[in-house]
Design a binder for this molecule. Structure first.
Ligand code: R5P
Length: 319
């Protein structure tokens, strides 16, 4: 991959500096210096020590836990940048938090958090957004400015080809909402057969499996999801697949939110391996059946193409 021009500056917040550094390294540059600390009452303080005027700037920061602090870091850094009259501000938010509350169901008295966050981020002058596998693609409509929703599918598909017996594969959606995502992955895996877990959510963060739709008997099942939070969905789906005769169960998810007892749930589950990307930094001491693959190359290539005015979709179509 060729490097990036001298008028581009990359910044990282505190959510995932390793991913930001990996992206910078692939682009032949370094993350620009930034003072990002907290006052003793928790208020965030931000100062850019170097010259940035008329540069194209990229803020690389997932809004993972601590969600509100990480979001606020992006907001303050963007404000500091626009006050320096930079040429552009792009927020690279590999994991876009608050995305699960993307609609107001029925007569519920709830906010649409994803829209609230989109408006806040645009309010501080961010002109363009890059995120990966947002919970539902139509959320791009909450932004008035351009958004680029990168898919982790190329690295997921490549990893499945490397690790799974393709002749015995069934790709499984852990719920009805994930069918389109799972079907897209199955298509790239020589049109592998599909199964669907019929999941119900009696309340937030609690899932119940009702049925498996499709044939999984004796099969090597690969569950595909956008995120794993408490891992309740995943572990119950894995158990149901094994109870229905699956030979093995592997899971792939883009975002390793891993809150609550996720590590314990995964360690004690019947799932042979859980593969997640590095959009979110893993907490210490993950169980041995968790493996991480990196989206740094996909993001670096997207930034490089943006700055050299090349097509982004060609990363996926190769044309
Ligand atoms: C649901 O629509 C999502 O795609 C995930 O399946 C869900 O948010 C995972 O949550 P948990 O790991 O807490 O079951």
């Amino acid at each position: 991959m060729s490097g990036i021009d001298g008028r581009t500056k990359l910044f990282s917040g505190n959510s995932n500096p390793k991913l930001a550094n990996d992206i910078a390294r692939l682009l032949g540059t370094k993350i620009s210096p930034l003072e990002l600390t907290q006052f003793s009452d928790g208020e965030i303080r931000c100062e850019i020590p170097d010259h940035v005027r008329h540069h194209h700037t990229f803020i690389i920061q997932s809004t993972s836990a601590p969600v509100n602090d990480n979001l606020m870091e992006i907001m303050l850094l963007a404000d500091a940048l626009r006050r320096q009259n930079v040429s552009s501000i792009t927020a690279v938010i590999p994991y876009y938090g608050y995305a699960r509350q993307d609609r107001k169901p029925g007569f519920s008295r709830t906010p649409i958090t994803s829209r609230v966050v989109a408006k806040m981020l645009q309010g501080v002058g961010i002109g363009q957004f890059i995120y990966i596998d947002i919970h539902s693609e139509q959320q791009g409509g909450f932004f008035d400015n351009p958004v680029i929703n990168i898919s982790a599918a190329p690295i997921v598909v490549a990893d499945i080809y490397r690790h799974v017996d393709m002749s015995n594969l069934v790709v499984v959606s852990p719920d009805a909402g994930g069918v389109a995502r799972t079907r897209a992955i199955a298509k790239q895996l020589d049109d592998a057969p599909l199964a669907i877990v019929d999941k119900r959510r009696p309340e937030a963060n609690v899932s119940e499996v009702m049925n498996i739709v499709g044939d999984v008997e004796g099969k090597d099942c690969v569950l595909v999801d956008d995120l794993i939070d408490t891992a309740g969905t995943l572990c119950k789906a894995g158990k149901a697949l094994k109870e229905n005769g699956a030979r093995s169960v592997r899971a792939y998810a883009t975002h390793a939110v891993f809150s609550g007892k996720a590590y314990d749930n995964i360690a004690n589950s019947v799932i042979d391996e859980v593969v997640v990307t590095d959009t979110i930094k893993l907490f210490d001491f993950p169980p041995p059946n968790i493996r991480q693959i990196s989206v740094a190359g996909l993001i670096a290539e997207t930034i490089r193409r943006l700055r050299s005015h090349q097509s982004i979709s060609q990363i996926y179509t190769g044309t």
